[in-house]
Design a protein around this ligand. Sequence first.
Ligand code: NI
Length: 254
Amino acid sequence: MIFDTHAHYDDEAFDKDRDALLMSLAAAGVGAVVDIGASLESTKRALELAGRYPFLYAAVGVHPSDSGELTEDDIWWLESVSGREKVVAIGEIGLDYYWEDVEHDVQKQWFVRQLELARKVKLPVVIHSRDAAKDTLDIMKAENSRDIGGVIHCFSYGKEMAREYLDMGFFLGIGGVVTFQNAKKLKEVVEYAPLDRLVLETDCPYLAPVPYRGKRNSSLNLSYVAEAIGALKGISAEQVEEATWENAKRLYRL
Ligand code: NI
């Protein structure tokens, strides 16, 4: 079975057919999905979806690009919903220096604050890190993230950085990018990392794999990602799906 560890079904890209799409996943072999909060609004919607669909779980948190207006009251609210039954992680949180829309110091402040929250409520974290390799690693080391645990979502750095996070006990989230012909660095990371530390993710509606690159993504496309990982590891797509299913359950403590 397929476990989509990172999806945004609360996104407006799914407004027209969300229910039909979600109801079609089980027949296609997708057994579980975690809808990831990116802002306070999307976290609310993720919680609603988790209440409606038995196979869907929620992560609560605020993405670095949405952290500019955060307040302590918002952190208190995140804490208050983090104890709900189907909340499995704090995320996505981290640093994004690609979109220069929030000051680095502000991003860092709320990244640290949400790591502290995860530690307090004993949930793993979903980390977003783009063009911010060194600062992300420095903060996670300083915050003893090994004791928190979690996943580096849409892993986009090289082998050296992968080793740092694997040593920290983290999982690596692998999605559609691994099917791109020019994704040499990521393919090396997938070859290098132990199979029991990889999890499948879509980041849908974004990052659809080949042959749907550029189109709206959904969990239905994860078989292409499993196939690409299998080809790199010399095993079948089915073996990848089975292993990553077990890994995702360990990651989210289900
Ligand atoms: Ni995401």
